[in-house]
Write a protein that binds this ligand. Structure first.
Ligand code: TEU
Length: 590
């Protein structure tokens, strides 16, 4: 047995071998007909998750919240948003998941709270204990600044020139306190002041409170934004996001994160995944290797094709996507661990973004599923991805619900960049966050079987063709393919721990790589294009390779070349050897 195998076997963690399924509660399943998903609705679908073969659920925020940002604006960290249910409903969900060996990862949103959180209420009144819980500053005399902020007293502008990630300035004026507060997101989401030790203590205590309730991990919202450059200096005014160099991966971010792990995370059994926009491989090596997070969500691969801001998206280059993913594969192979994702509640749907949501929808959905499950790292499947859900049409601004998209449309019109919604509609339908948030398509019943009421966000009109019921009834569906991918990965250490090597980096059509573990080898060949492709198999790719899974019926061994149809995906494997672990997944397919 080779050394690699010994090492990975002794270090193995459940979350390296797991597939995580992300649930956006507002859109998953509505049990009571109010048009909004809820906890009891998720509990009703636990058997569905079990059948799909996932090992953990990441639940987007379900805490008490005024919902300006669908729960990423938390009013009370220790209670449940009443439209979703209550703590008893949450406990029932946890128990049902755990009964089926599915773990639960909760969302941790501690860069900011809602302005309705009691800490902010105390703070805006200047009560001494809470006075410094947020970033409060006096405004700047208007004549001394070269930027405008049309808020606050007439002769003042914001304390610095930073942009909010949701558009407009990152500062709002509070009448009650007579000062400005920082909000990197919506103005109803004031940033907590992590310089204040009492804030950090409160956060750790809250995390311990949830861990005591039996959860298995945290997904940490924008956790690399918590440290700001002291003094909050102006950012480079030419930057795409002014101020980013002072709040992304700030000076104390590693101190805070290693402290958080030491204070609040009892051991490696707890999955911790930090969402880290703007982090590079070296930052990630530190977050994971030194600070002790299990993994991070990086953004480089989902940003290919973006020039400047998120709203301008060009066709992406496959060569660039491969280069990016390979850099992360290699960079975290020995010093950490990768998360793997292609979509989530902030990103467009995978087939619409990277594949083909028309003619080759099913095939490209399977192709990207193959990529997700055969890279090194932990796959995160976003609800609906397993049936190949697509972006949705949004015919007017009134159909939008996402604060970011609505701000974007309003700003474009106010600034004169657009005359009407029609001028920005394409951008919204390409990258807007509501694309991923349309209700889960369960069946071809009214409202896709999501609700008996009026859905809070319109259902994608393609639900009659794309839905769970239909997919489960069709053995050739994306859903069944995902299941098979899960079984394959679950039964082969090779696909979890094997070393990654990119083949043919300059090939503009084919994404090909090998995974190697001891004597075992996988060859993955993906034609990421709507044209046929030929791939020359390298001489040392491995003997005795056999097709293990593919999205077309190509039961073959590879010769010296592989001829691929449009969006064809194939995974070849050497036969299993004794390095394979016993079946540990909750698979019931044997
Ligand atoms: O997202 C952080 C983040 O970077 C996003 O703002 C992302 O860049 C943007 O949505 C792309 O359009 C997290 C959550 O995932 C998101 O849903 C929240 O709105 C945000 O933090 C604030 O909590």
């Amino acid at each position: 047995m080779s050394e690699t195998v010994e090492r990975t076997r002794s270090d193995r963690q459940w979350w390296e071998e797991a597939v995580v399924y992300q649930i956006y509660p507002k859109s998953f399943f509505d049990s009571d007909g109010d048009g909004i998903g809820d906890l009891a609705g998720i509990t009703e679908k636990v058997d569905y998750l079990d059948a799909l073969g996932v090992d953990a659920v990441w639940l987007c925020p379900v805490y008490d919240s005024p919902q300006a940002d669908n729960g990423y604006d938390i009013r009370d960290y220790r209670s449940i948003f009443d439209t979703y249910g209550d703590m008893a409903d949450w406990e029932r969900l946890l128990a049902e998941l755990h009964d089926r060996n599915i773990r639960l990862v909760m969302d941790l949103v501690v860069n900011h709270t809602s302005a309705e959180h009691e800490w902010f209420q105390h703070s805006r009144r200047g009560e001494s204990e809470y006075a410094d819980y947020y970033h409060w500053r006096d405004g700047r005399p208007a004549e001394t600044a070269d930027y405008d902020t049309d808020d606050g007293p007439a002769d003042e502008v914001a304390p610095n020139n930073w942009d909010s990630i949701f558009g407009g300035p990152a500062w709002a004026y509070d009448e009650e306190r007579g000062q400005w507060y920082l909000h990197l997101f919506d103005e109803s989401q004031p940033d907590l002041n992590w310089e204040n030790e009492a804030v950090r203590e409160d956060v750790y205590e809250m995390m311990r409170w949830w861990l005591d309730r039996g959860i298995d991990g945290f997904r940490m919202d924008v956790i690399n934004l918590v440290s700001k450059t002291p003094g909050l200096p102006d950012g480079d005014p030419e930057s795409g996001l002014v101020g980013a160099e002072h709040f992304m991966n700030g000076p104390k971010v590693h101190d805070y994160l290693s402290e958080l792990v030491a204070e609040a995370i009892p051991d490696d059994e707890i999955l911790t995944v930090g969402e880290t926009p703007g982090a590079g491989v070296e930052d990630a090596q530190r977050f994971v290797g030194e600070d002790g997070l299990s993994m991070v969500f990086q953004f480089e691969h989902v940003n290919v094709g973006h020039e400047g801001d998120k709203w301008s998206l060009e066709d992406y280059s496959l060569v660039e996507l491969k280069e990016s993913l390979a850099r992360w594969q290699n960079g975290l192979a020995d010093e950490g661990w990768n998360s793997l994702y292609l979509s989530n509640h902030d990103q467009p749907r995978t087939v619409s973004r990277f594949g083909d949501d028309g003619r080759y929808r099913r095939r490209s959905a399977k192709l990207f599923g193959t990529l997700l499950y055969t890279l090194q790292g932990t796959p995160f499947v976003y609800q609906g991805q397993e049936i190949g859900m697509t972006n949705a049409p949004f015919e007017s601004k009134s159909e939008l619900r996402d604060v970011e998209s609505i701000n974007f449309v309003e700003e474009a019109i106010e600034s004169g960049a657009a005359e009407s919604y029609e001028d920005v509609r394409d951008a919204v339908e390409t990258v807007g966050r509501d694309n991923a948030r349309t209700p889960m398509q369960w069946s071809d019943d009214e409202n896709a079987g999501f609700t008996d009421g009026e859905p809070w966000l319109k259902v994608n009109p393609n639900y009659d063709a794309i839905n769970v019921e239909r997919a489960r009834a069709d053995p050739d569906s994306v859903w069944h393919y995902y299941r098979e991918l899960g079984d394959l990965r679950g039964n082969r250490d090779l696909l979890v721990y094997g070393d990654f090597e990119l083949l043919a980096p300059g090939d503009e059509q084919v994404f090909a790589y090998t995974r190697t573990l001891g004597d075992e080898r996988a060859l993955v060949v993906l034609n990421v294009s709507a044209e046929p492709a030929t791939f020359a198999v390298p001489d040392d790719a491995g003997d005795d390779l056999e097709l293990a899974i593919g999205n077309l019926n190509a039961l073959e061994t590879p010769g010296s070349t592989v001829e691929l149809d449009p969006y064809e995906a194939r995974v070849y494997l050497t036969p299993a050897t004794d390095t394979d672990r016993p079946t540990t997944t909750n698979s019931d397919s044997t």
